[in-house]
Write a protein that binds this ligand. Structure first.
Ligand SMILES: Nc1nc2c(ncn2[C@@H]2O[C@H](COP(=O)(O)OP(=O)(O)O)[C@@H](O)[C@H]2O)c(=O)[nH]1
Ligand SMILES: [Mg+2]
Length: 229
């Protein structure tokens, strides 16, 4: 199962980039949005998940990618899903006016994008949900709560934490989600490391099942646990 899900994730290819919502193509394909603070490890995670080194530019300069980048997945002639890489938020050095504009674009996107099927929130496992991530969680929880959108909180850079701190980070993230969630079954927490590749298969499975819900569900139940950390 994981193998098939990972092979599917590897089919990702660049589709288009947009600096505002009106530039995004309307699509009926289920779309998975990747969001997170600048430097949370979003670009790295997308690159590892799709096994493509520079698909989402892992920029050394946080806050730079101020566009929504769309990637297409599935067979070339019959694409079955889209990934949307949203700009990182919370980077202090970004000009205030630009920041506000981007918060608006992102809020609009998360609220109105019709084909949105899942949101992956990337969190540096050493920081967990910061205030700005909690705001985002609260903002999207109505859409997640009504069952149309699923949410995965991904604790990144888990290689930086020992076992005990990993357990603590997972418990804390789960607690935050429980507070925001109306229906917990739409939320999941997973650990991730681009270095050790912990969680790569779990994320692929989660996303694959969001997009292909008829597929057998083995493995998805493990997502709440810091499995192989
Ligand atoms: N140790 C470790 N470092 C990571 C991991 N993922 C990302 N990083 C580092 O964290 C920094 C930010 O990563 P990046 O993917 O550019 O973050 P983004 O701003 O969210 O796109 C970079 O220096 C990465 O090398 C990980 O799994 N483990
Ligand atoms: Mg990035």
């Amino acid at each position: 199962m994981a193998k098939r899900a990972m092979a599917w994730a590897h089919t990702a290819r660049f589709l288009t980039t947009a600096s505002k919502l009106s530039e995004l193509p309307v699509s009926e394909l289920p779309e998975i949005a990747f969001v997170g603070r600048s430097n949370a490890g979003k670009s790295t995670a997308i690159n590892v998940l799709t096994q493509q080194k520079r698909l989402a530019f892992a920029s050394k300069t946080p806050g730079r990618t101020q566009h929504i980048n769309l990637f297409e997945l599935g067979p070339k002639l019959a694409p079955d899903a889209l990934f949307a890489d949203l700009p990182g938020y919370g980077y202090a050095a970004v000009e205030r006016s630009k920041k506000l504009r981007w918060q608006e674009v992102m809020a609009d996107y998360l609220e109105t994008r019709r084909n949105l099927a899942a949101i992956v929130v990337l969190l540096d496992s050493r920081l967990g949900f910061t205030e700005i991530d909690r705001n985002l969680l609260e903002f999207v929880s109505p859409r997640v709560g009504n069952g149309s959108v699923r949410l995965l909180a991904l604790l990144t850079k888990i290689d930086k934490l020992n076992r005990r701190d990993t357990d603590r980070a997972v418990a804390e993230a789960s607690r935050v989600i429980e507070q925001a969630a109306t229906d917990e079954s739409d939320f999941a927490v997973a650990t991730f490391s681009a270095l050790s590749r912990v969680g790569v298969a779990d994320v692929a499975l989660f996303l694959d099942q969001c997009v292909h819900p008829a597929a057998p569900a083995s493995g998805a139940q493990d997502l709440g646990l810091p499995a192989s950390a």
